[in-house]
Design a protein around this ligand. Sequence first.
Ligand code: GLA
Length: 424
Amino acid sequence: MRSPNLQRSSGSKEIWPFNCSVPHVSEAALRALESARGDAESRGDIMLVQAPGRVNLIGEHTDYNGGHALPMATGYAIGVAARRRVGAHHRALSLNYQEETSVLPGGGPEATPHGRWSAYVAGMLQEMERAGRRLRPLSLHICGDIPSGAGLSSSAALCVATGMVVDAIASGCSTPVGMALRAQRVEHEWAKVRCGIMDPLACLLARPGHALLLDCGRLKWHHVPVKLGEVEFVLIDSGVRRKLGATGYNERRQECADALRCLQQSRPKLRHLCDASESDLPDLGGGMHWMRAAHVVRENVRVLAAARALEKCEWEVLGRLMVQSHRSLRDLYQVSCPELDCLVDAALEVPGVLGARMTGGGFGGCTINLVASSAVERLCIEVAERYREVFGCEARTMVLGASLQAGRVAPIPGESFHDLPHGS
Ligand code: GLA
């Protein structure tokens, strides 16, 4: 199967489009700005950036296997407002957690609890410093409305927004791939999740009204227009929250690495598990390694078919691929959970629902549903009812409306933005 024409991202020739203003400013960014304005300890101009959360339409657990994924930005974001402060170190304030933390230069991951918001900020500041962005102490005001732990990549958005604000102040010009790799390292080292590169790339590159077809093995991408109207994408949040580092996520990644090593015995040139084909799978026998690899290889094929269906508005085709993806994640990759399965099964019983699947790493979080616009209300009511009956709790539904874009928010009326001098 041929992949659509993907753009090559090529090192220094890459354009970093994030130093220009974004068309839509998120609520979260405005709240971060407000907080920075009222900060008595800091002074001077305020640099404000935002990064959206993403939802993955299809292509789960393919990114760290060198395959494709099809994420899309949501209308939820994280805003970071930075201002120079008097003092010896950076200070970060989370408006959501009403917590404040000092970031000491040179403090390593051991000093910060894994997976806490402050670990992502501290990790990213250190990554930016390693990349040569030297800064005098800053106050970072952080606010977000991406539900955390829901598989909507709030942590990637936080890393990316922190990196962007530093780059903007230090007049750096990171490439999207460079920035995404830094965010990925923070997940690996500071949150102990061996995740792939999809989330930070999606947060950085997604454009409103488009999905992003990513080739995570070759680091190429292509924006696919999403023509909603006749249909909508609806997110349903199971409310189940698990930190990926405490689930089977890292274990799955290891199982895939083992399956790849096994296939490489007869195909030494095979670089990624996603490059294997259906005909290679029997070499893995019929056990767990076969199950993991069968999911990964077939899911990768589904992503390309889904991107074509999305482009041509073939909604039924796209819906069928989403359902196949969920079943494969449930049965072969074993990363679903009873709550997500219930949400998917209940949705598929509603007339007008074309597709439903879990989205993100799994073990909890959200489902993404493709629904005829006329059936959205019925979907929300009936799925919520079934979920309440079975689990006794509420499932929150969110229609994916206009999506946001990562970048610098400037100018805000009444606020003047001037870069602090380089290296200040
Ligand atoms: C999480 C990870 C991603 C990806 C997905 C599963 O979101 O951060 O890298 O592996 O799970 O597709």
